[in-house]
Design a protein around this ligand. Sequence first.
Ligand code: AHR
Length: 497
Amino acid sequence: MKPCKITIDKDYIIGKIDNNLYSSFIEHLGRAVYTGIYEPGHPLADANGFRTDVIGLVRELNLEYVRYPGGNFLSGYRWTDGIGPKAERPRRLDLAWRSTEPNTVGIDEFAKWAKKAGTRVMGAVNMGTGTAQDAADMLEYCNFPKGTYWSDLRVKNGSPEPHGIKLWCIGNEMDGHWQICHLNAEDYGKKARETIKMMKWADKSIETVVCGSSHGHMATFPEWDRIVLEHTYDLADYISLHSYYSFRENRFDYLASFMDMENFISSVIATADYVKALKRSKKTMYLSFDEWNIWNDATERKGEWPEAPELIEDRYSLLDALAFGGLGITLINRCDRIRIACLAQLVNAIAPILTEPRGRVVRQAIYYPFMLLSKLGRGIALNPVVNIEKAESRHGAAPLIHAAAVYDEENKGLNLFCLNIADEPALLEIDTRSFGGEAMAVFEHLSLHGSELGAINTFDNPEAVRIKTLPIPKNIKNVELPGLSWNVLRLKCQTNN
Ligand code: AHR
């Protein structure tokens, strides 16, 4: 058994975890919307056509925001196609995903869905084919109370109350050649600046996210980010990061993906801080990691221009859930600068929730670590000092245990998230001295592990991968973690220190 000492001191504060770290993303992509969240005629659909079985599982994730409507789809989307009487809405070719978009769900329907799912809309405006004026019009439609063309149109379309969308992405992955009307950094920076100006003039209460790089391995990274921030530093509130991880050849490299994520975050922070210095600014730029996940599916698109096709419907295994859980730990550890993070995506397309058209719904393996992070990863992030062996990975020397500690001051509870990427079990000695002598004890050990790393949840076997409860260790100086496991150790303070 590998020995590992973890010291957690209540004064080693990283920061308060923003609840927005537990957000997600729904794009008009494949079956995310149609037969995902929306399926009139489904036996469990409500009067608006929303699947209540899906809403039930979304609610359990306790999401702060859901980003909408894209994604690559956004850059060719005319938001006005999705409002007004459904029978009059145009069917369009969606060039991003080579699908047919029926437009029977638009911003009004999505705002209703978000309310029912207990979350809020993180809006996004088209910076590909769209203009700054289109973006300002959409904002006015969504947020202005009434008495103007756009706000009255919303009222006429059945939403008397404004949608009140407070957070907006200014385009999507505009650095990518795959993006409809992709721009260079200068052009995007200028366009984003003018768009934010108009949007904030119309509603000064909103916050905006400018597009950073689509991933840390883009040839234009980090120059793209620097140039965009030089144009927008004073006006934007966040810069975005996107990153997906996949299994290549080596399991250890895959499980150590959190190292790559950490490097990417550090580089974006360094770039943002460089621009801060350049501008002699007092403002700190925060990060919105608004697309993160595991993405292995590389299947070709089926047919030409299908409606709601099965696209990128990754079936996540236990192994994927472990690698995913490591990424979640990193997000907590960088909460000093990351204020928003969206699990991309939510339903069917690279998602924790999978549906059958007209049928059942299942929680995929990655659903569980995300649910536990969202439930138990709220509070103050403390910096755990992890003393453990390292091993070489594609991303550099990786610690065999990756951990995050979250302190809930109110309940005097400490949740320790630990990923063990070694095959061998680990023996943890947890030192919580600063909380008062031997005051801390583990009262619950939740764990994701198993002998079948390839196990997946299916409609017929929906619990092949699930969280297990392990016996409570008697002493925090002797806590066993199974080999290849993702864990939450819940500790409680025995005294009132
Ligand atoms: O989430 C799937 C796609 O990944 C999004 O549309 C795009 O922004 C990213 O490349």
